[in-house]
Write a protein that binds this ligand. Structure first.
Ligand SMILES: Nc1nc2c(c(=O)[nH]1)N[C@H]1C(S)=C(S)[C@@H](COP(=O)(O)OP(=O)(O)OC[C@H]3O[C@@H](n4cnc5c(=O)[nH]c(N)nc54)[C@H](O)[C@@H]3O)O[C@H]1N2
Ligand SMILES: Nc1nc2c(c(=O)[nH]1)N[C@H]1C(S)=C(S)[C@@H](COP(=O)(O)OP(=O)(O)OC[C@H]3O[C@@H](n4cnc5c(=O)[nH]c(N)nc54)[C@H](O)[C@@H]3O)O[C@H]1N2
Ligand code: SF4
Ligand SMILES: [Mo]
Length: 805
């Protein structure tokens, strides 16, 4: 389709008036109406039959995709959510950006009984969940007063803006808070994310930067090897990576091998071979694959040395010990003296040795092997080692830089590039690793550059005294070791003020001192980007209020503007603009570059705009470097791929690490506390518990929506053998516990998980009664130990015992 006809197809205002004889509820999911307050019957009573209007919104969660939602509205009531139509189904780039079950359930999320309706202040003990309604004027004044008081008493560093990914707005939410905080003295920032702490830290030490081939490359692959990548459940949008991968596989018919502790939906959808792997053991598997490749003469060492340093002794930097190459590590001539045979790795990973030897041959002999990792394998203690080990594989097997190959990384998607409300500059330069905020409240003096990789200062001067928690359920749901975390939060002498902005009465909301209700996506105006997992697909979405915001919920743009007024910076904050005027400004800024775009009035509230895709030839990671490494050096210190990283050694040599932690210069399998290699803890807690991101919710967002809960119940996956020996039957309620906590969940007894391994979805709402998390939230069991190098979250590394409840 030509650009002009594409635009025409999209920009015709889709606010169609439609005659409907009956309110059609088509999806099976949407038939469970009895669980929601606005039943079909109630609609029939209150609404005249007939005129329905379509409005356009979007699902702004952090699932990596970004789906437009076509919202059928009658008399200011949401009737049904539909997908936007496909623009041109023949070509993927113009394919239908189809929302998943969560996006389609938005009507129930908007009308859920747990919605926050009014601004409130705490009246009971913190965390108890007792509140009193206050006015917006009082709420915004209180926040302004607290910001001033805390900054005067403790300094700007005492105000912390919490990690929160529940809503990726561009002109309200986080950008509004950042702008306000920066204008008034700044705040303590964080680095790392809960998603990618270990992979984002480790990758640049190998490649200099971060680049993965798009899944469209799989069109040219004959073999696809995926480590813990589950796009069928984590990238579910019809406009995203799951669709791109599926279509590419249709073309190439490549063999797919998935290494995962669980038999995931991706194994089914990609018609893959499942190699069940024990969590935290990928680095051992990679070492064994390379061992087979070396011993069977399947690699070209000169070729590896052309691109990389540290595989062979002769390419090690001068500062490195003589036997510290990756080849030494694999062949047993390195420091640990262990030969990394397939049998050695089999004992660790549970994958049969023969199958690993075969896989090594398959990878080395493939025409084009696409090697990729999800983020589950790195959300572990020593996840950094897993990342760097997997990155070695395509280099050593010469499976990178050519069509049909990848770098071993997960492919980020292209972004359209929609501006956000400008944040301005943060006058505070100190930032903490995101997973250390509880320490920064309770033990600030222990947070230093040498122990916690603190940035911008040698040590933290003051603890966190005020938290702004916007679209975040981190405080009491998504962080590790919730029992310890709750204790820290309950102590009002530590953190003095907590502001929470949400749509629902979440576990975190209950810890607020001041609790503010924000609009849901469907009650908001904005112009948003396509997020990060839409593959080569690229677009923006113009969304509008599909109904009048309910009760007293407001946009945080207006709320922050009011706080700015109380603090005397209203003009600097708003520059005289309403939110809608900022949206228009952002669009005009884009239009000044993309002059083919129509007037704002034509696209306002029209859904998807300017959808297009990257040409396939631009999508092979590190292609230039592969073709000519001298002409296109990488940004690593050597200009090459660094299997051995001298930079890592230099940067971390004076770090103070907890006993047992190591940060080796080449990616290695290391034993991990609280994992299957921790034989001592296993005597008490024999089962290795991993988490995973479930299709039932995006973290905790949508996790309280009845229809989705019914479709995807919260269950802990347990192997038949483990269930049998504990007298547990499928569907039984079980208690999962360790020294940190105790959780109730229903058992899914299945062959889809390895014995001695269990898996519980993350994001379920934590509800604690008598010390037991009856909500089933895995974070009542997870540890708060920092990963050694990235200081990231090891929330998939846990040992537990399970018993029938
Ligand atoms: N439906 C849905 N989609 C989401 C999200 C959601 O909550 N729900 N969250 C979004 C966000 S913010 C993020 S960060 C991403 C997360 O994306 P990921 O981090 O990739 O998702 P996970 O489910 O944690 O892990 C992926 C797979 O890795 C497996 N795994 C765990 N440990 C290991 C291991 O040691 N080795 C191997 N080989 N596999 C392992 C898990 O069983 C799982 O199937 O997903 C995004 N998409
Ligand atoms: N054990 C374990 N824990 C994990 C993970 C794991 O794999 N295992 N994954 C981690 C990862 S990768 C991430 S990204 C984090 C995610 O953690 P969070 O960023 O906290 O994400 P959510 O749990 O979805 O919480 C977002 C909150 O935003 C609210 N919200 C949604 N829409 C809006 C809105 O329009 N306005 C406002 N104000 N609020 C809104 C939701 O109600 C919800 O309470 O969790 C981390 N925690
Ligand atoms: S959760 Fe993700 S895939 Fe589902 S509708 Fe929302 S943006 Fe789309
Ligand atoms: Mo994430």
């Amino acid at each position: 389709m030509s650009k002009s006809s594409l635009l025409n197809a999209q920009i015709t205002r889709r606010k169609l008036l439609e005659y409907t004889g009956e309110v059609g509820v088509t999806s099976a999911l949407l038939t469970t109406l009895s669980t929601v307050p606005f039943s079909k019957k109630a609609q029939a009573q209150t609404l005249p039959q007939g005129q329905a209007e379509f409005k356009h919104s979007a699902c702004l969660v952090n699932c990596g995709s970004r789906c437009a939602l076509k919202v059928k509205v009658e008399n200011d009531r949401i009737i049904q959510i539909e997908p936007e139509p496909a623009v041109n189904e023949a070509e993927f780039g113009q394919h239908q950006i189809r929302p998943c079950l969560r996006g389609r359930s938005n009507k129930y999320r908007v009308y859920n009984p747990d919605r926050l309706k009014y601004p409130m202040k705490r009246i009971g003990k913190r965390g108890e969940g007792k509140f009193e309604r206050i006015s917006w004027e009082e709420a915004t004044q209180m926040i302004a007063n607290e910001m001033t008081r805390i900054r005067q008493e403790h300094g700007n560093e005492a105000v912390y803006y919490q990690y929160g990914t529940g809503a990726y707005y561009h002109t309200q939410g986080s950008p509004a808070w950042h702008r306000l905080l920066n204008l008034t003295g700044g705040y303590l920032n964080y680095f790392n994310t809960y998603s990618t702490g270990q992979i984002n830290k480790a990758t640049p030490y190998t490649y200099g930067n971060y680049s993965g081939s798009h899944f469209t490359e799989v069109e040219d692959s004959d073999l696809v090897v995926l480590f813990g990548l589950n796009v069928s459940e984590t990238r579910m949008s019809g406009g995203g990576q799951v669709e791109e991968l599926r279509r590419a596989l249709e073309k190439s018919n490549a063999q797919v091998v998935i290494l995962d502790p669980r038999y995931t939906d991706s194994v089914i959808a990609e018609n893959a071979e499942w190699l069940p792997i024990r969590p935290t053991s990928d680095a051992a598997v990679v070492a064994a694959l390379v061992h087979t490749m070396i011993t069977e003469d399947l690699i070209d060492e000169d070729n590896i040395n052309k691109y990389a340093v540290g595989f062979s002794r002769e390419t090690l930097p001068a500062s490195a010990p003589e036997n510290s190459s990756y080849k030494d590590y694999v062949m047993g001539t390195g420091e640990d003296g262990i030969v990394k045979t397939a049998q050695w790795a089999s004992d660790i990973s549970g994958i049969p040795a023969k199958r690993m030897q075969q896989l090594a041959r398959q990878i080395a002999n493939a025409k084009s092997c696409f090697i990729c990792q999800g983020w589950g394998p790195q959300r572990h203690h020593n996840g950094e080692q897993t990342v760097r080990s997997i990155l070695n594989l395509p280099i050593i097997a010469n499976q990178f830089g050519r069509p049909g190959t990848n770098s071993g990384l997960w492919p980020y998607g292209n972004k359209y590039g929609v501006p956000k409300l400008p944040a301005g500059e943060n006058p505070v330069k100190v930032s903490i690793p995101v997973y250390t905020w509880t320490d920064a409240i309770a033990r600030p003096e222990t947070i230093t550059s040498k122990t916690h990789a603190l940035k911008g200062a040698d040590k933290l001067n003051v603890g966190i005294k005020m938290i702004i928690s916007q679209a975040s359920n981190v405080l009491a749901n998504q962080h590790g070791n919730l029992n310890a975390t709750r204790e820290i939060l309950q102590d009002e002498s530590l953190c003095e003020t907590i502001v929470v902005v949400d749509n629902h009465m979440t576990a975190t909301a209950k810890f607020a001192d001041i609790l503010l209700p924000e609009t849901t996506y469907l009650e908001a105006d904005d112009l948003v980007d396509n997020s990060y997992a839409s593959g080569s697909n690229c677009y923006m979405i113009s969304m509008e209020k599909t109904i009048t915001p309910l009760w007293e919920v407001r946009s945080t743009y207006d709320v922050c503007r009011d706080i700015a007024k109380h603090l005397g910076v209203e003009q600097q904050f708003s520059q005289g603009r309403t939110q809608q005027q900022w949206i228009e400004k952002h669009y005009q800024d884009i239009r000044s570059q993309r002059t083919y775009l129509p007037e704002f009035s034509q696209i306002k509230g029209s859904g998807i705009i300017d959808q297009h895709r990257t040409p396939k030839k631009d999508s092979v990671a590190y292609q230039d470097f592969y073709q000519d490494p001298n002409a296109h050096p990488l940004s690593t210190p050597s200009g090459k791929i660094e299997i051995y990283s001298e930079q890592l050694v230099n940067e971390t040599s004076d770090w103070i690490l907890p006993a047992g932690d190591k940060i080796p210069a080449v990616g290695q399998y290391l034993e991990v506390p609280d994992s299957q290699s921790d034989k001592e803890t296993q005597k008490k807690f024999p089962i290795q518990l991993t988490g995973f991101h479930t299709k039932g919710h995006a973290h905790s967002t949508y996790a309280s929506v009845g229809v989705v809960k019914e479709a995807v119940p919260n269950e802990i996956w347990i192997n038949f053998l483990d269930a049998e020996s504990r007298g547990i039957a499928n569907g039984d309620m079980v208690r999962v516990f360790n020294d940190r906590g105790s959780v109730l969940a229903a058992a899914k007894v299945t062959h889809r998980i390895l014995p001695e391994v269990a898996a519980l979805p993350e994001g379920v709402w934590s509800v604690v009664k008598n010390g037991v998390d009856i909500g089933g939230c895995i974070n009542s069991l997870t540890s708060h130990r920092l990963s050694p190098w990235a200081k990231g979250n090891p929330q998939h590394t846990n040992l537990v015992e399970i018993e029938k409840a």
